[in-house]
Design a protein around this ligand. Structure first.
Ligand code: SAH
Length: 226
């Protein structure tokens, strides 16, 4: 699936990323091996998902809470025809990603600083994305409140999660129904060594999100939909 040239690009990403990570704390994976496995290879299983494979030229994908740029950057490298937007509330992380994007000459990545609770009401972003992704951002019920407003009707939210998800899934029932996000697929994958088995959860947004969501800054986390 990943040819040699792409693999080289992904290793270059790790080199440039680790230089930035030495200046700004972006990730706990500080060796090339750990960073490749734990950040790059953990981002790529999304390429096996039909909804990602169907993305056409000009479709847009938003990565919420992109932090140091995962899954944003590996996916942007592998899917140059798709428009990628990385969003985070911390400007200095986005500045670091901006330098990585420049070093790799990525033409399909934009960065937006702000809180999901605010940007989710901004017409420039609301209901504008075919796919919204989130890795290590929040529990499902909170992540769906952040992500659903940005997603187009019939678009998808993809969450990176561990295999121990029973309780979190149960606690997301109200959010799923209130935000019209239905779990349509789970995709399990394995990474080597201590990383083990993980999964991607794919939700389909079936109707428009009510104007009351997302709620004000801090509220989704403090009072998750339960
Ligand atoms: N997705 C990355 C980073 C995870 S850390 C990875 O998997 O490596 C979570 C990130 O989400 C942090 O960078 C934090 O600044 C951002 N974040 C948390 N809440 C947010 C919110 N409400 N709006 C925007 N960004 C948020």
């Amino acid at each position: 699936m990943i040819d040699h040239a792409l693999e080289q690009r992904l290793h270059t990403l790790v080199d440039v990323f680790l230089e930035e990570n030495a200046k700004v704390n972006l990730s706990a994976f500080r060796t090339p091996e750990l960073c490749y496995e734990g950040n790059v290879l953990d981002s790529l299983p999304a390429l096996e998902i039909e909804e990602i494979q169907k993305l056409k030229e000009g479709d847009a994908l938003l990565d919420i809470g992109t932090g140091g740029g995962f899954p944003l950057l590996p996916l942007a490298i592998c899917l140059p025809h798709v428009r990628f937007v990385g969003m985070d509330s911390t400007q200095k992380k986005l500045d670091a990603i901006g330098r990585i994007v420049t070093a790799l000459e990525l033409q399909n990545v934009e960065l937006v600083c702000g809180r999901a609770e605010e940007l989710g009401h901004d017409a420039a972003h609301r209901a504008q994305y075919a796919i919204v992704t989130g890795r290590a951002v929040a529990p499902l019920n909170v992540l769906l409140e952040f992500a659903a407003p940005f997603t187009k009707v019939n678009g998808h939210v993809i969450a990176w999660k561990s295999m121990h998800l029973q309780e979190e899934l149960q606690e997301s029932l109200r959010a799923r129904s209130e935000l019209h996000c239905h779990l349509t697929r789970t995709h399990r994958y394995s990474l080597s060594k201590d990383f083990g088995e993980r999964q991607l959860l794919v939700f389909t947004k079936t109707s428009k999100t009510s104007a009351e969501y997302p709620r004000d800054i801090g509220i989704p986390k403090k009072h998750p939909l339960l």
